[in-house]
Design a protein around this ligand. Sequence first.
Ligand code: GUN
Length: 295
Amino acid sequence: MVDTSKITLIDGRKVASDIKKEIADRVSELKKQGKKLPHLAIILVGDDGASTTYVDGKVKACKEVGFHYSLLRFADTISEERLLKHIDQINNDEDIDGFIVQLPLPSRISVEKVTERINPEKDVDGFTNENFGSITSADPHIFPATPFGVMELLRRYNVDTTGKHCVVVGASRLVGAPLSMMLAEQGRATVTICHKYTENLASHTKKADILIVAVGKPGLITGDMVKEGVVVIDVGTTRVEDGSKPRGFSLKGDVDFDTVAPKCAMITPVPGGVGPMTIVSLLMNTLKASEQRTV
Ligand code: GUN
């Protein structure tokens, strides 16, 4: 076991719970003022176990803060055309402030087409090209949920990224790419983006003041790949078979905690680090979308 007494463990559950309280307070105020309450709609296609668990978590979070929600479930045989029609309906539904289409989708449905059909003002996942591009605008509209969660964790733990060297491992459209832009723009950091074609990954990760890993390869980053005093944010959450757990699996991060943590100033555990933040980011985005629509 790692002695964590000298390391700050970044407690995503605690931060997420604090933010949920802040949102619930805002909802109470809206209620008192007789205003419309935020309404999130969630589209779930098929019955993939992990997706169903994520969606259950999102519904539970809406209930906790007092949002209205709608869950629209479709069989995985739904055609792309019908799914797009449902998206149009939600785009035109005056009561719904924000909505998400849970990914992944069946491979015959184009994620790009589906995402781009969502009205960017209701795109509370922040997946549309318009919202992606707006990260670098003077007035960003909606930030992608997981990167927003990471930035909020850094902010609430007083990690100043200004002028610091942030190394982001993973350049995905949903996490690594937008997060790199946010660290450079809002975070004023010097950013290195590494991906699966990067040669000598360790030569980059060793230079990081702040290392963010979002790849989905359990244990990719080991202790010899980081410098002393680094802040590590582990976005990876991969289900790994584990007979000792009631559900038959455990969640593993991209960082080998036992060898990396002893060198860190701060680190996010998995689970309990970034994971809980993604859902509250979605709530924050829905609140923002709702308040922008009703002013
Ligand atoms: N699948 C895994 N993570 C996410 C997410 O943040 N949003 C959506 N829509 N689907 C996901």
